[in-house]
Write a protein that binds this ligand. Structure first.
Ligand code: OSB
Ligand code: MG
Length: 368
């Protein structure tokens, strides 16, 4: 399958509400979409880079730059065997996994389209409803947080993740636990702590959390390992894992006992499935994280989460949790805590190109 045409498109989508995490907050998303074309087939993919380098060094603009200067020119006209080898000609490009993943995942969508099948089948997942959770941003008050959690529980989410930072952590979570004694609860710190906070973090052990996600630095495994030895609550790694090698090192060091796999953070589906396989072999549970994606990115996340090692609910929430109106049809819905992957060929849902045009801020087209 030859890549005949690549289109990069930046769309702007406003979140229904501001999303705050320990490293900053966001309301207006600048999303980079990728459209690959081969013969009569095409598919859309999404690059998960954020607007600022607070989560990763990659941003919408760095991804745009690396894609236009190096990745797309390196792949255009390339005859790929299957989606897994799309990136082979540009394997010399170091880093930038988010930019690479946008292309790589679109290639899986394209491959599925060409074969007349879905992403789930192409990946080898099991078609059916997937248990999903929701990630709740830092709220101005504990009362506001309790109301938010209550609303999401009414919507049926199978697990609630709460963003924390120093000053908004143990007491706040204790309130949530008191009010909802049986709910599956976890916390995500987005690297807001250091080992000096070990005592404070150990207080979380009383709250029956499923895990604490990425408490320490984004590039640190050694301190996570030290912290894990003193905590009963499992640590889940997010920012620290960019490849199967990172995951191997993390498991070797016991730096975390759960891994959040975001395909957009690890360079795409091929690397994501390698991390999944490694974790399954080692009995380490994984779940699929999110990056406030549009429906395009969500289609890939929900498909990945049908693999058997994804035993914990992911951050794969309904379209309406993020947007007034999504860019795919049908929109993603959550019913009784479950989401079902789209039934269509390719990515499973139709991308509304008319709506994309309305939301577009820049486009660049490359032809072989
Ligand atoms: O740490 O998982 C994270 C969103 C943006 C950046 C980082 C994270 C998140 C989320 C939201 O937690 C997940 C989602 O619902 O997309
Ligand atoms: Mg996280």
């Amino acid at each position: 399958m030859k890549i005949d045409r690549v289109e990069l498109r930046e769309i702007h989508l406003k979140l229904r509400e501001r999303f705050e995490i320990s490293s900053g907050s966001r309301e207006d998303r600048r999303i980079l979409l990728v459209r690959l074309e081969s013969g009569d087939n095409h598919a859309w993919g999404e690059c998960v880079a954020a607007e600022d380098p607070g989560y990763s060094y990659e941003t919408t603009d760095t991804a745009w730059s690396v894609l236009t200067e190096f990745l797309v020119p390196g792949l255009l006209g390339h005859e790929m065997e299957d989606a897994r080898d799309l990136l082979t000609p540009v394997s010399w490009v170091r880093g930038h996994p988010m930019a690479k993943a946008g292309l790589e995942m679109a290639a899986w969508g394209l491959e599925a389209t060409r074969r007349g099948t879905g992403l789930v089948e192409l990946l080898g997942g099991e078609r059916g409803p997937v248990a999903v959770g929701v990630s709740v941003g830092i709220q101005p008050t504990d009362d506001a947080l309790l109301r938010k959690v209550e609303g999401y529980l009414e919507e049926g989410y199978a697990r609630i993740k709460i963003k924390i930072k120093p000053g908004r952590d143990v007491e706040m979570l204790r309130e949530v636990r008191r009010r909802f004694p049986d709910v599956r609860l976890m916390a995500d710190a987005n690297s807001a702590y250091t080992l000096a906070d070990q005592g404070r973090l150990a207080e979380l052990d009383d709250l029956d959390l499923m895990m604490i996600e990425q408490p320490l630095s984004y590039d640190d495994l050694l301190d996570h390992s030290r912290l894990q030895q003193s905590l009963e609550t499992p640590i889940c790694l997010d920012e620290s894992i960019h490849s199967v090698r990172d995951a191997e090192l993390a498991l070797e060091l016991d730096a975390g006992r759960i891994i959040n796999i975001k395909p957009g953070r690890v360079g795409g589906f091929a690397e994501a499935s390698r991390i999944h396989d490694l974790c399954m072999r080692n009995g380490v549970p994984v779940w699929c994280g999110g990056m406030l994606e549009s429906g395009v990115g969500r289609a890939y996340n929900i498909a990945l989460a049908t693999l058997p090692g994804f035993t914990l609910p992911g951050d794969i929430s309904a379209s309406s949790r993020y947007w007034e109106e999504d860019v795919v049809d049908p929109e993603f819905q959550v019913d009784g805590g479950f989401m079902t992957p789209g039934e269509g060929v390719g990515i499973g849902v139709r991308v509304r190109e008319d709506r994309l045009r309305e939301l577009t801020h820049r486009v660049e087209v490359f032809e072989a």
